[in-house]
Design a protein around this ligand. Structure first.
Ligand code: PMP
Length: 391
């Protein structure tokens, strides 16, 4: 049957994470492998109340078809939130999407022809790699350091090739947890300002800061070329699948056509519930609660790493988000560690899928947001033992 599939889909490899994690479904395994928000923080009662109130007040209306761009009052709330952050965004420049993941797909559909070049962080978000692979992009990886991307590499890529897009997660990056410094952001913006390359600032974790200062958005530094992606997945719930794109007018017109062709519009019922939840509740207060819990979970993980990991193993300390990135001594592949760790009933994601065409790397991603503090300690202790045995 394979000959029936399009080239587009045949060339995309199945999710490596899903494949390796098939072994990690055993409930007795402590898993740092997921990328999940903490379900204990989902505002269940408030969402239930918002839904009931909506049915009482608006009944049938909330079950009707709606506009492709998304529910206007919801987009207005997004505009107000940007305003609080010092960004002047017009409501017409916002398109509600099925999570920011759909934003990535729509951008791929609208911008990428087969073989077009895309600059991608390395390590980078594998969901973006997969999205752009569907449109047969050619990747130009640029190395991610503690304070942002490698500017020399970026300069070289920009001088020697012409890329349509650069994809970034500048705040609490997935997978490395790092954030770009303001200096690094300025250097990236300066570098791209000489080109026609669009810069995607994907920012699902930006509000989840438990240390340090907020940084400047690329939208301020490179306004004409920057596309923003946002999401309610990490601040409210991922199950609604609601996010958004902010894009300049000509691009927005094309994105709307692509979205219309794909699904007409995002789930209107959920947009209405989310909107009602946002106007009846204090989202900032809710986010503060999330940040406080994640900050503690991160601290427990860091303390346990210091206590139980061999000294040759290093890590990057995130100021927010959900992930902590670990580097093993060069000779040790995280895949080897993964096999041994599973025997000890602890799982994580080896670095490999976050890189373009590289294998047996010595890096790995640990998620702390979805694991209870006691369990984090126990899991890191087990992992520490595996690492001591291997080194
Ligand atoms: N971008 C990044 C960097 C992510 O980590 C994720 C989810 N893990 C997404 C986008 C997609 O999120 P969603 O579609 O739920 O908004």
């Amino acid at each position: 049957m394979n000959e029936l599939f399009s080239n587009r889909i045949s060339s995309v490899s199945p999710s490596f994470i899903r494949e390796i994690l098939k072994v990690a479904v055993d409930p007795s395994i402590i898993s740092f492998a997921g990328g999940l928000p903490n379900r204990d923080l989902f505002p269940v009662e408030a969402l239930q109340k918002a839904t009931n109130d909506l049915f009482n007040d608006s009944g049938k209306d909330i079950l009707q078809y709606s506009s492709t761009e998304g529910y206007l009052p919801l987009r207005e709330l997004i505009v107000a939130d940007y305003k609080n952050k010092g960004l002047d965004i017009h409501v017409d420049d916002i398109l509600i999407t099925n999570g920011s993941q759909q934003g990535l797909d729509l951008l791929g559909k609208v911008l990428i022809n087969e073989g077009d070049q895309v600059i991608i962080e390395e390590p980078g978000y594998l969901g973006a790699i997969q999205s752009f692979e569907v449109y047969a992009a050619q990747f130009n990886p640029v190395t991610v350091h503690q304070d942002g991307v490698d500017i020399n590499q970026l300069e070289e890529i920009v001088t020697s090739s012409s890329s349509k897009l650069m994809y970034t997660v500048p705040n609490f990056q997935n997978p490395a947890g790092i954030s770009y410094s303001n200096e690094n952001r300025r250097a990236v913006a300066k570098c791209l300002s000489k080109t026609k390359t669009f810069l995607i600032e994907d920012n699902p974790y930006g509000d989840l800061r438990f240390a340090g200062e907020n940084k400047i958005s690329f939208k301020t530094l490179l306004p004409e070329q920057t596309i923003l992606l946002g999401s309610f997945s990490k601040t409210v719930v991922p199950g609604f699948r609601l996010g958004w794109i902010v894009a300049p007018k000509p691009l927005m017109d094309k994105l709307v056509i692509a979205k219309q062709a794909g699904d007409l519009h995002s789930n209107y019922f959920c947009q209405r519930i989310l909107h009602r939840f946002l106007i009846d509740n204090d989202l900032q207060k809710h986010i503060k609660k999330i940040v406080s819990v994640y900050g503690k979970q991160k601290q427990v993980m860091e303390d346990a790493i210091k206590q139980y990991f061999p000294k040759e193993v290093t890590y990057l300390n995130p100021e927010g988000g959900m992930f902590l990135w670990v580097t093993l001594p060069e000779k040790l592949s995280a895949m080897t560690v993964f096999d041994k760790a599973i025997e000890q009933k602890v799982a994580f994601v080896p670095g490999d899928p976050f890189y373009i065409n590289k294998r047996d790397l010595n890096t790995l991603r640990l998620n702390f947001s979805s694991v209870d503090p006691d369990v984090i300690k126990e899991g890191i202790q087990r992992l520490g033992k595996v690492l001591h045995d291997l080194l």
